[in-house]
Design a protein around this ligand. Structure first.
Ligand code: GRF
Length: 225
């Protein structure tokens, strides 16, 4: 099954609400030939966002589905599901999509919805990971790609990238460093999925044919002697 998966282009749908820099990283990985996927649709719940411009620039189908037009979370999810189904989307990629899904979506796409969180899960759920890392005073933070389950930012972890938090970081600087790691690990997580190498066992993700090449610790601050 993995060999078959490796050859076929993975049909994905990318859901956004804003600037779409992760969407751009995924587009770039596909265009470079690093990711064997096809973005069948970009859906935004907000009109006029930069992510939609990125989609148009690359000739991608882009839709606005405003959550405010629906009476319930479930109805909104059903509308998105209909669109994804019509377009044969296999993996749903949330890239700065600021809505929580209901059971309706999770049950329709079990372990087939990915999201990215700007902190090392389970730390700092929600959208203010960088600020909360600074307020707490952690020395290491980062980002996490995970499979969406019910609950916020708590699903099985696929990849994490850890970076040091510096004393002179402000929210913007730390967020930018975390964001550039997101742009590396999100396409990689999708690539592992496309290759049929992600297996969810309970709340863990096992990666087939993977052996860690770098087992060194990130120590911050580094011991001075
Ligand atoms: C990122 O910080 C991501 O971690 C969070 O939303 C932000 C999306 O940024 N889920 P962008 O729209 O991809 O630029």
């Amino acid at each position: 099954m993995a060999d078959q998966a490796k050859q076929s282009k993975l049909p994905i749908g990318v859901l956004i609400s804003g600037s779409g820099t992760n969407l751009q990283a995924i587009i770039d990985a596909i265009e470079r030939g690093d990711l064997n996927a096809e973005i069948r649709v970009v859906i935004s719940n907000r009109a006029g966002v930069q992510g939609l411009e990125r989609a148009h620039k690359h000739g991608l189908r882009a839709l606005v589905i405003n959550h405010r037009d629906f009476a319930s979370r479930e109805d909104f999810d059903r509308e998105i599901l209909t669109r994804l189904g019509e377009l044969g989307v296999e993996l749903v990629v949330l890239a700065g999509f600021m809505r929580l899904f209901s059971r309706v979506m999770i049950e329709a796409y079990p372990n087939r919805v990915m999201n990215i969180h700007p902190a090392l899960s389970p730390m700092f759920p929600g959208i203010h990971g960088p600020r909360e890392a600074l307020d707490y005073g952690v020395r290491v933070s980062g980002c996490t790609v995970f499979f969406v389950t019910e609950g916020m930012d708590t699903g099985p972890v696929i990849i994490q990238a850890a970076i040091p938090v510096m004393d002179d970081d402000d929210e913007e600087r730390l967020a930018a460093r975390i964001r550039s790691e997101e742009h590396r690990i999100y396409p990689e997580a999708i690539r592992l999925y496309q290759q049929g190498r992600l297996e969810v066992v309970g709340r863990k993700v096992r990666i087939k044919d993977f052996s860690a090449s770098n087992t060194g610790a990130i120590v911050n601050p580094r011991p001075q002697r």
